[in-house]
Ligand binder design. Sequence first.
Ligand code: GCW
Length: 679
Amino acid sequence: MSNGYGLWLNYSKISDESMLKTYQNQLQSVLVEEGGETMGAIKKELKMGLGGLLGTEVRFKPFQASENQLIISKYAGLPRVFKEDINIDNLRGEGYMIKHVEKGGRSYVLVTGKEDIGLLYGTFHFLRMLKMHQPLASLNLEESPKVDIRMLNHWDNLDRTVERGYAGFSIWNWQTLPDYIDQRYIDYARANASIGVNGTALTNVNANALILTPQYLEKVKALAQVFRPYGVKVYLTARFSAPMEIGGLKTADPLDPQVIQWWKDKAAEIYKSIPDFGGFLVKANSEGQPGPQNYGRTHLDGAKMMADALAPYQGTVIWRAFVYSEHDADDRAKQAYSEFVPDDGKYPDNVLIQVKNGPIDFQPREPFHPMFGAMPNTPLMMEFQITKEYLGFATHLVYMPKLFEEVLESDTYQKGEGSTVAKVVDGTLSNKRLTGMAGVSNIGTDANWTGHPFGQADWYGFGRLAWNPSMSSEKIADEWLRCTFSNDKDFLKPVKQMLLESREAVVNYMNPLGLHHLFDTSHHYGPGPWVDNLSRPEWNPVYYHKADEEGIGFDRTKTGSDALSQYAPELEEKFGNLETCPEEYLLWFHHLPWDYQLKNGRTLWDGLGIKYQEGVDQVREMITTWETMKPYVDEYRFNQVSMLLGIQLKEAKWWRDACMLYFQTFSKMDFPKEMESPE
Ligand code: GCW
């Protein structure tokens, strides 16, 4: 039985006999440079990984002139005979090179780089290649991360509940830490290192100040020690009012000298026990969280104060831009931009502004956030949500890298055509000094970590895209499927197809044609387009779809909220003009009559019904595909996925029926003939 705990790192023996023989012959022994704990982690991984894949005990040896060898060493420590074959000048610190070299009739695979962590990343890459049955003979590759900070954000509370977590409880067991080190912490670090994730914010952005008390910091230190060999730095969420809650001060005003000193002392205390502490992640003045505006100060004032406290230790402040307030509620989509963009260029060097991928909130589809590209002099960090708050939790199969890719490929036009979000994030568009990408984790105590067995692909894909934001979601799917399930092409082709289409399916059956936030109150699981009684207008779905007898959609052009003017002129023009606005964003930017004619000649009303139906049909196809995959998947996971797809189908119909029946009370039109009758 495989319960999926091993993730994409399960190292069972390679079943293809000839492949196995070839590898065994090419990898007769292994040289790992002597060194510190990261080198130790490499050895451990090889024992387990290479040993498992080849079905033999790994023989660690010094350089052998008469054996085919795998050699893992920084450039400086390579056996002299190889130095002329290698040039690592172009590698970044965390980068690596994997190269096959023939010497004296023997074959060597060299994994080399500048730093130990690069070697660890290279080792994981190498093991992945074996798992994917790649030939070693002509290997010659170089890899460096394109983004500096590649981190997970855990929305984990200290009581082990997880905000928007659907895979059990928090994996951080605060009660038994620091003395008890759960094997999961180590496997978590391994999994992250295998995809290049190098940071983790352990706690919820809706923060509890207690995490900054000595009692908890001791536990954080223990986790940092486990993660250190794997290159994963720990960050904490800093509650803005902590100086009052745990520091006994009367205020948290960022300009108050005592408050300033309190944060400086806190930073000193943290760095004393965790010298490589990453820094603070802050949600301030958003959804009721305290922040500098409570004292008439700005985000900039708050961020500066924390940045000053962390600067002596090279720590970073990650300040979130997810803000909206009830006082300026004509269009929530506009607010972050108006609060942050005017201060472009004023933030200290160790501050990153973390921006959600879209201007509302992790919807199944949103246009990219207009802040990307609009703050050329401030490092902006991408925030994706790996956990599927608005995409069916861990119940629906939705391959998230497809969504991430769509956002990263979007063109901001801020420096002319080709100014993609990916280039904003990796810093190439404006020569950013510091870059980052964060993913809100979907990890919990479930046996398989992520609840839905396919949720692992979202964690995996996030890491791969943070390493290289230009990577294709298709390549990621290919890697993940091969490493997790099978290299058989009769499995790979249809299941890859299923993954790649799953994102469009959820858009179709939940929020087609640019509709958004039709979710039922607070849990955000099923449909609730009719909800209109919440205390803040922008929490009600009716605020977003604005359906009435005349039509449906949110006018964000000049005749409406004018949110479109926050985009580059080229996009304002493109999205603002009905001729050129892509239909997938139609009702995001426009309010249109029910009988508005779509590009295919059908009415908007018919078009909606057809899309909802298409979503349901796509889930049916997923089920048909999966049913034929039994030979390639263990029974346990096969059954899990089958049952979950069954629920997904039921709920796709629920969405279709609920939304169409509700909207029909305004349109008063018959359902299109393509649509099945509501159940
Ligand atoms: O997506 C919304 C969620 C909140 C979350 C908030 C945020 C952590 O519904 O649960 O709070 O965004 O990102 O801060």
